[in-house]
Design a protein around this ligand. Structure first.
Ligand code: ATP
Ligand code: MG
Length: 478
């Protein structure tokens, strides 16, 4: 706005100067023409003709006054009668251009001959002085021959009103300044809109990024505009959500990994005494063979319970990824189909409808087929358990990106409560009482982790649950 203001004021000033200059040049031409029109009458010394010409020029609308005075400053002719015969002061406006120095100037430039002053009516007038020089025809004229050495014979001064010029100028200035003000208002409006639509949302984006970088991922950015900034905020919020999910997964992985280390330690410690118990129980059973009695029944119970303990220890070792894997090239879809075959009788008995969405583009992958089947079976059995009154079991397998296959197992069952959902992968977490050991998901997590994949869960109470397994697909596999 400041630059605009300065630009407009300089331009208006320049325009005014050029306009006045043009008016001055026009005035000089007019003054020269008037002087030339008197010349003949002056050479003839026809004072009457000169006076009547001066008066008729003076009557014109834009002419304030026209007068001619001799070199001594006596007014010889004037459009204002009462001035004739008066002496002009050397310091008056008309004389000053030449007489402002001790020696009067011999020659004036065109622009030095003009000056602008305020007349009595508080309007501006243009004063044009026009020296009447001595010429050969003057010094030889029969009537009143002048001395040939005399350079200036007198001066004609013409005063023109600038009222019309000034009102035109004022009108132009008004037009120009309204244009300038209009432009400034538009500029201000544009700046205001830019502030509102761009700067403010960007400021809130910056504040949001600062919040996120300080670790607060729970406050999405509140930019609701439908433009590019709104899109940026949306993708920022999506990015924050993904970051949050990844952070939670990392935290959970870390927690499960440390649980796994502890479980592995305990499992190893318990494994040896268990083997001892089983060996001694087995030899005692051999001794008691063929005998019916309380002792032999007790030995049977000890044996089954010890075997159960060993299964649990195996599960713990699976979860802790302590078991040797056997990687071979397998088709994921074949493993899924096989798992479905195994549970088919369960499914039928529970009145569950099975829906499969298999994407044939999933390549054969280097995996431990038995372990992966165990994972899919765990997920499917959990889904069946969650639908005691029947429902739909949906299995999807597709490439989620160029280098990742996604397998999801969804049910329309009871769902998992928000308090429980963060514990389902922990070993021994079960809501099934004696029916479950709570190792199924823990073991599945261990297996998938060993395959460098991820397993996640989404659930809504009374709507259903989806477990998603994502496995990396290498370039060779593709
Ligand atoms: N599809 C599902 N729907 C609802 N709850 C589920 C589902 N899958 C798992 N859960 C919950 O997660 C818990 C842990 O599951 P996990 O498979 O680890 O153990 P479990 O099924 O209880 O016992 P098991 O060791 O026999 O598998 C379950 O007890 C159940 O509460
Ligand atoms: Mg289970």
């Amino acid at each position: 706005l400041i630059v605009g203001g300065i630009f407009f004021s300089i331009t208006t000033q320049k325009l005014e100067e050029e306009y006045i200059e043009e008016v001055k040049r026009g005035g000089i031409r007019l003054s020269d023409s008037i002087k030339n029109s008197f010349r003949y009458a002056m050479l003839q010394d026809d004072k009457k003709a000169v006076l009547s010409a001066v008066q008729s020029v003076g009557k014109q609308k834009e002419i304030d006054r026209l007068r001619v005075y001799n070199k001594d400053g006596v007014i010889m002719f004037s459009s204002v009668d009462r001035e004739i015969g008066r002496l002009i002061d050397k310091h008056s406006k008309a004389c000053a251009p030449c007489h402002r120095h001790s020696q009067p100037l011999k020659h004036l430039t065109e622009l030095e001959r003009c000056s602008i002053y305020n007349n009595d009516e508080a309007a501006r007038s243009l004063l044009l002085i026009n020296p009447i020089y001595n010429g050969t025809d003057c010094s030889t004229a029969a009537c009143h021959a002048h001395d040939p050495h005399q350079r200036v014979l007198g001066v004609m001064d013409l005063s023109m009103s600038l009222q019309i010029v000034d009102s035109e100028l004022a009108q132009k200035k008004r037009l120009f300044s309204s244009f300038a003000i209009g432009l400034m208002v538009i500029t201000s409006l544009v700046i205001f809109l830019v502030m509102r639509r761009v700067v403010r949302p960007i400021t809130s984006l910056v504040a949001g990024t600062k919040r996120i970088s300080s670790g607060d991922l729970d406050h999405p950015l509140e930019v609701k505009t439908k433009d590019e900034i709104g899109m940026l905020a949306d993708s920022f919020n999506t990015m924050t959500n993904n970051l949050k999910t990844t952070r939670n997964q990392l935290l959970q992985s870390e927690r499960l990994a440390s649980l796994g280390r502890m479980a592995a330690g305990i499992a190893h410690e318990i494994n040896n005494p268990l083997t001892g118990i089983m060996m001694f129980t087995s030899s005692l059973q051999d001794e008691q063979k063929g005998e019916d009695g309380e002792l032999s029944e007790t030995l049977d119970v000890i044996m089954t319970e010890t075997k159960r303990c060993r299964e649990i220890i195996r599960g713990l070792l699976d979860f802790a990824r302590q078991r040797q894997s056997n990687y071979q090239v397998h088709s994921i879809l074949d493993i899924l189909k096989n798992s479905l075959k195994i549970i088919s009788s369960h499914v039928q008995a529970a009145g569950i409808e099975v829906v499969t969405r298999f994407d044939a583009s999933i390549p054969a992958m280097l995996v431990d087929g038995i372990q992966l089947e165990q994972v899919f079976l765990n997920l499917m059995i959990n889904a069946i358990d969650a639908m005691p009154d029947g429902g739909t079991l949906t299995i999807r397998a597709t490439m989620t990106s160029d280098d990742e296959a996604g397998i999801s197992v969804s049910d329309s069952g009871t769902g998992i409560t928000p308090e429980n959902i963060s514990h389902v992968f922990e070993p021994f977490f079960s809501t099934k009482g004696t029916k479950g050991t709570g190792l199924g998901l823990a073991v599945s997590w261990g297996i998938i982790d060993q395959h460098h994949g991820t397993i996640t869960v989404e659930s809504e109470v009374n709507k259903g649950t989806t477990f998603t397994v994502k496995l990396p697909v290498s370039r060779e596999e593709r």
